[in-house]
Ligand binder design. Structure first.
Ligand code: NAG
Ligand code: NAG
Ligand code: NAG
Length: 222
């Protein structure tokens, strides 16, 4: 009887805690909480302090410049311009942000994840080959060719990429379900960490010879 009661109590506890597990940023508790630029305050919290609402102005909710292409003259041929709580303080607590992504022909936004956000991507110009991979077990790949006006969604936390397969530059915009989605670029995080992960660890993880790991480490250190 005691065991059954304990089991029931555990179930009730789990069910009652369920509403407190959020899929993305929590909902705001007020109309807005414009982030105070208090970079000098030595307190780290999940989020930012609110500016006095009486001091809030329209410009706190405003960002200008997404009409300008990012510079794609880099190793991967793509550039992400992000509009998040760091450059649009009115986004604080609102659980949303945006990016513009530019790609030159053959440009790649390399495999990466956003630890805190789902991403919905809209192609404005060009043709993109995009995809994401599900988590273990399975690691199923979903891909699609996208043209202007096409929309694709990358579920929260999953590894995804976009490759410009057209002959012209490509442009995409995306919304992300976090004020601060974060980004983990797989190649850079695994082979370009500071300091580097022990090559023996990487060789065993990737099941390749050490010289392969050396060249991957070298590629990400440039
Ligand atoms: C916040 O303050 C830092 C350092 O004082 C400054 O570099 C940055 O541009 C400021 N950000 C905004 C959005 O005003
Ligand atoms: C992206 O473009 C901006 C604006 O041209 C530039 O400042 C930045 O260095 C570029 N980033 C990369 C990774 O090439
Ligand atoms: C783009 O970046 C490259 C490499 O950093 C640089 O040489 C070039 O001047 C930049 N172009 C513009 C328009 O800023």
């Amino acid at each position: 009887m005691k065991i059954v009661f304990g089991f029931l109590a555990t179930i009730i506890l789990i069910v009652s805690l369920a509403p407190f597990s959020y899929a993305s940023d929590p909902s705001p508790l007020q109309d807005f909480c414009v982030a105070l630029n208090a970079s000098a305050v030595p307190v780290f919290v999940n989020g930012k302090f609110c500016k006095n609402p009486n001091m809030v102005v329209a410009d706190d909710f405003y960002f200008s410049g997404l009409n300008k292409p990012g510079n794609t003259s880099n190793a991967v041929g793509s550039n992400v311009t992000a509009v998040n709580v760091d450059n649009l303080p009115g986004l604080n607590t609102l659980g949303i942000s945006a990016v513009r992504i530019d790609y030159k022909p053959n440009g790649l936004n390399p495999p990466h994840t956003h630890p805190r956000a789902t991403e919905i991507l809209v192609v404005l110009e060009g043709t993109l080959f995009v995809g994401f991979v599900t988590s273990n077990p399975g690691n199923k790949l979903f891909t699609k060719y996208l043209n202007p006006g096409d929309v694709f969604v990358f579920p929260e936390g999953l590894i995804h990429f976009q490759l410009n397969v057209g002959k012209t530059n490509a442009i995409a915009f995306a919304g992300l379900s976090s004020q601060n989605p974060g980004v983990i670029t797989i190649a850079k995080a695994v082979f370009g960490s500071e300091p580097t992960i022990d090559p023996n660890v990487l060789a065993m993880a990737f099941q390749v010879e050490m010289n392969m790991i050396d060249s991957l480490l070298q590629a990400q250190s440039d």
